[in-house]
Design a binder for this molecule. Structure first.
Ligand code: MF3
Ligand code: CO
Length: 251
């Protein structure tokens, strides 16, 4: 069941989204060689709690961290660890959500540690731009397949691939609500897009093949072929004024 949100609820979701974006910003500022993913997780947790919010992922399905932090060929759901230290040339994916006044935000970014190769830079850009293509297709009267197809086309234009096994989702009082938001598909197909929908649009983009594998820790997802992967996500609402990014800091 898709839960549409009214303007008041969307205003509340912006507050949760803002806290999420602030926690992301402090984590990104802290990224440098020698920092562990556990350090980043603690910085995120403190920032969220200082805002009177709760890290949505902490304890979700038993997840042990406040954020998912995934390195290089890890696609998503990396567990923060004291022994995972950032090195020059790595890429770090941070995925975080803050729960505040009954709603959650959900967002992800991919950030380089120091200098990275041109190819890796291109991968990160493809993930971000494919998200933007997806948002541009999130329009009243459109179909869910318009979003997936826009994302997939942008990614494949660079010769990269979109992960199929994990997809975006509705977001609101729950982290995962209906509908499913695939990062692939056919324009003109799927459910109708409507005002009041709040979606987490989150392309996961691999340099190599789309296949992934889950590690025995029960969480970490890696590319099957060992190639690098980038992730970009925001919570986005469709309103009377068009799309609004909820996980942003508006001044
Ligand atoms: N941000 C992830 C998603 O969009 C959720 C992380 S899984 C968790 O599905 F268990 F850590 F919450
Ligand atoms: Co999500």
């Amino acid at each position: 069941m898709i839960i549409l949100k009214n303007n008041l609820q969307i205003a509340e979701m912006k507050k949760a989204g803002r806290i999420t974006a602030e926690a992301m910003a402090v984590a990104i500022e802290s990224i440098r060689e020698g920092v562990s993913t556990w350090d980043l997780d603690r910085i995120i947790r403190h920032r969220i709690e200082r805002c009177g919010a709760r890290p949505t992922f902490l304890g979700y399905g038993g997840f042990p961290g406040s954020a998912c932090i995934s390195l290089n060929d890890e696609v998503i759901h990396g567990i923060p660890s004291r022994t995972k230290i950032l090195h020059e040339g790595d890429i770090v994916k941070i995925d975080v959500g803050a729960f505040y006044h009954g709603f959650t935000g959900d967002m992800a970014r991919t950030v380089p540690v120091g200098r990275i190769s041109a190819e890796t830079e291109k991968l990160i850009t493809a993930a971000r731009e494919s998200f933007e293509c997806g948002v541009a297709a999130f329009k009243e009267g459109g179909r869910m397949g318009d979003i997936g197809s826009a994302i997939q086309n942008r990614v494949e234009a660079d010769g990269f691939s979109v992960v199929r096994r994990y997809i975006g989702h509705g977001v609101g009082r729950e982290l995962h609500e209906d509908p499913e938001v695939p990062n692939f598909g056919t324009a003109g197909r799927g459910i109708r897009l409507q005002k009041g929908m709040t979606l987490a649009i989150e392309p996961m983009v691999n340099i190599g093949k789309p296949d992934v594998r889950e590690l025995s820790d029960g969480w970490t997802v890696k590319t099957a072929d060992g190639t690098l992967s980038a992730h970009y996500e925001n919570s986005v609402a469709l309103t009377d004024e068009g799309t609004v990014i909820l996980t942003a800091i508006y001044d």
